[in-house]
Design a protein around this ligand. Sequence first.
Ligand SMILES: [Zn+2]
Length: 341
Amino acid sequence: MSDRAQLGYAKTMSAAEQKTSEYTPYAAGIDIGGTKTLVGLADRAGNVKIHRQFPTNPESDPEAHLLKAVEALNLCLGALGADIKSLIGIGVNVPGLADPSAGKLVFAPFLGWRNVNVRSFLQEKWPEIPVEVANDVNACAGGEQKFGKGKYYDSFLWVTISTGIGGGLVINNEVVAGEHQLAGEIGHVMVDWDKGLPCGCGNNGCLEAHASGTAITRAAATVIRNEPESSLARFFKNGQRELSAESLANAARQGVPEAIDIYEQAGTYLGRAFSYCINIFNPGAIIIGGGVSLSFDLYESAIRRIVTEGVIDDCNKTIPIITTGLGYQAALVGAASLVMG
Ligand SMILES: [Zn+2]
């Protein structure tokens, strides 16, 4: 409802209804990730006021999963002393292909879920509440545009580097989804033709197969297995210490040379993919989010070196390549932003 419509409505409200109108408005966000689902409430400035999370179980029935999200949302509302009347709407991120106009999840490859009518399911519970559904990476791009560093640029590329790699394009202040909702899929830009590793999409040599958190961890595991005398193998006590993109970053910061090399190699591949994008659409910035963005300092210089070599024109060489202004909650802010005009 527009502000004007709300004002008009307020003139005829009863005292009880006027009390309702005094509720602080919140936008609800539901971010269904591959491993966990975040549910939260954000105010109109994009600040997440409360959130809860629970595991995403691929074995679970999608509607049973949505029902859990509804329960979590009710708990969030209750904790803020609010209720459903406080909601501007509910934005839902799905980890895969979405049909925003139909409010559907079309296909989430990691979860194996297909054709889930998210909007109609939620509106069965709450008929009056607007529900928007989007691909999670596109929602992140939109959230960054409204509430993060993206507001300083008319056009930018959003890149999530996490277990996989995804991208969202904002051109002239609009998230561009493309003809088939597939625009910005930078994770599947080919960056290695000679020794391309297999990617989940079926191709070889994709950026995701060489620079995602999964790829970085896999490269380290190979070194640990094949070179038991290396500094990296010793750092991880030959496999007894838990290996992750984060623990590998700690190793790099402590000077373990193989860990430093793996992050720089990932930066080289990211730089190649970024160069292609910069030459094609001349963004104002590239903004990086996702768990691996926390280790940006370890691969920033490699990205910049390759971008400087790979793009035309001096203005493209100095395009800011920066990390999200929304931190860990970027995806949740992105989901909530779907219903904030
Ligand atoms: Zn791929």
